[in-house]
Design a binder for this molecule. Structure first.
Ligand code: PRP
Length: 177
């Protein structure tokens, strides 16, 4: 099978959007400290892009979860694999993701985090696929790009654990199966 990656969002556009979102976050949280939560692994790259553009005081923590279900389409059951290292009670928390798809992961994680009584809880994602949303309760506060239902890689997103390091968002094309 041949793998080909077609550019969907070039690196310059990703970086320009990161500038814009970081500027908004800096304004929205002016005078406050912000606790960033990176959801491993895909969010590592976008979290770093955003974090280095923030001028407000920032702390960071990481969590990881896995989704189970029948195949790649319905990954309904989410399990926590790595919890945060620090409590979030009373803190302003921003969860950062690379992509929100069905919303199953974020519906679970945001519920879990809200129970820990942060001062505020918001969600930032590089990509949003609203057409695929199953969990309608997931509200995206900061969105890089809304995209159609493509299989995307790069900027943290993988195909079989590869391509995460591409500096642009690409569409994964598989030919000759
Ligand atoms: C991706 C992404 C989100 C989730 C979104 O992670 O980073 O966490 O899927 O999908 P959903 O809205 O349908 O739940 P993935 O499970 O691929 O793990 P990874 O970040 O380690 O690649």
């Amino acid at each position: 099978m041949t793998e080909r990656v077609k550019v969907l969002i070039p690196q310059e556009e990703v970086e320009k959007r990161a500038d814009e979102i970081a500027a908004r976050i800096n304004r929205d949280y002016e005078g406050k400290s912000l606790h960033l939560i990176c959801i491993l692994k895909g969010s590592v790259f976008f979290t770093a892009e955003l974090a280095k553009r923030l001028t407000i005081p920032v702390t960071m923590d990481f969590m990881s979860c896995s989704s189970y279900g029948s195949g790649t389409v319905s990954k309904g059951i989410v399990k926590l694999v790595k919890d945060l290292d620090e409590p979030i009670e009373g803190r302003d928390v921003l969860v950062i993701e690379d992509i929100v798809d069905s919303g199953n992961t974020l519906s679970y994680l945001l519920g879990l985090l809200a129970d820990r009584k942060p001062a505020s809880l918001a969600l930032c994602t590089l990509l949003d696929k609203p057409a695929r949303r199953v969990k309608k309760d997931v509200v995206v506060d900061y969105c890089g790009f809304e995209i159609e239902d493509h299989f995307v890689v790069g900027c943290g997103m993988d195909y079989d654990q590869r391509y995460r390091n591409l500096p642009y968002v690409g569409i994964m094309e598989l030919e000759g199966e």
